[in-house]
Design a protein around this ligand. Structure first.
Ligand SMILES: *[C@@H]1O[C@H](CO)[C@@H](O)[C@H](O)[C@H]1NC(C)=O
Ligand SMILES: *[C@@H]1O[C@H](CO)[C@@H](O)[C@H](O)[C@H]1NC(C)=O
Ligand SMILES: *[C@@H]1O[C@H](CO)[C@@H](O)[C@H](O)[C@H]1NC(C)=O
Length: 238
């Protein structure tokens, strides 16, 4: 009987450690500054070489660490407000591996979020690869996320300057300016490449369009409304 308990404990432990490492793997070197130029001969050679063995690289190719410079770890301009003159009244300025090549493999990134006075919206979206922690520095934001099925519980709060809120990995969340001034927030994300799926854009603005019968049934909508939604312009505020 003791043996069975031991086995169960062992399996649970093995499972837990597998789950714990289900995110980006930890880097095995100080850093791996990404090579941005996929057209250079060395990168092409490496890609060709790796493709023979069907290896999928989790991230980007590293440049020789001896060639790393301070610029590989630097970004400037997060003091500049994003342009919120758009249909959502919001702008996300990301600082991830696309802006700082030195973030490659490090599992962290940053964003600045700007919101127009009352009504600026960062619409419901998810980050498939990151948990987000957000701090409001200006204005008043109504924020929230929804838990997965079957509960679909809304966890929501109004945030003021200095307030911090967490959006767990993968869950649908939003931020909405309910104040009469601009709102500004900064967010840290637990991936160098968190990804964004804006729900409305992905569902109604996919390319090519999803069969309207699918969306009519899934969203309990008249097909004409689905058609109308599919012909809207879905702004991407990222
Ligand atoms: C890639 O490199 C080739 C020559 O090596 C050049 O002709 C081509 O314009 C380059 N493409 C891009 C997108 O830079
Ligand atoms: C902000 O975006 C709008 C719409 O694209 C544009 O007309 C305007 O010039 C932009 N403002 C600035 C300061 O870039
Ligand atoms: C990477 O290359 C793209 C396209 O050439 C460029 O727009 C981008 O600014 C580059 N990123 C960095 C961090 O150099």
């Amino acid at each position: 009987m003791k043996g069975v308990y031991f086995l169960v404990a062992f399996v649970l432990f093995a499972l837990a450690s597998t789950l714990a490492s289900a995110s980006d793997p930890s880097p095995l070197q100080d850093f791996c500054v990404a090579i941005n130029d996929t057209n250079n001969t060395y990168t092409k050679y490496r890609m060709f070489f790796l493709s023979i063995y069907a290896v999928f690289v989790n991230g980007k190719f590293c440049k020789d660490p001896k060639l790393a410079t301070p610029m590989d770890f630097f970004f400037s301009g997060l003091n500049i407000p994003g342009n919120t003159s758009n249909q959502l009244g919001s702008k996300v300025t990301p600082v991830n591996v696309a802006q700082i090549l030195g973030l490659n493999t490090l599992g962290i990134s940053l964003a600045r979020l700007d919101f127009a006075p009352y009504g600026g919206l960062n619409p419901p979206h998810t980050h498939p690869r990151a948990t987000e922690i957000l701090v409001v520095v200006e204005g008043t934001l109504l924020v929230g996320f929804v838990t997965s099925n079957p509960d679909n519980r809304l966890i929501t709060k109004v945030l003021y300057p200095g307030d911090v809120f967490v959006f767990p990995i993968g869950l649908i969340h939003f931020q909405f300016n309910v104040g009469n001034t601009n709102a500004v927030a900064f967010a840290a994300l637990s991936s160098q490449n968190p990804g964004v799926i804006t729900i409305a854009n992905a569902v109604f603005g996919s390319n090519p369009a999803i069969n309207p019968d699918v969306l009519a049934k899934a969203f309990q909508l008249d097909k004409n409304i689905v058609n109308q939604l599919q012909h809207q312009f879905w702004w991407d505020n990222n």
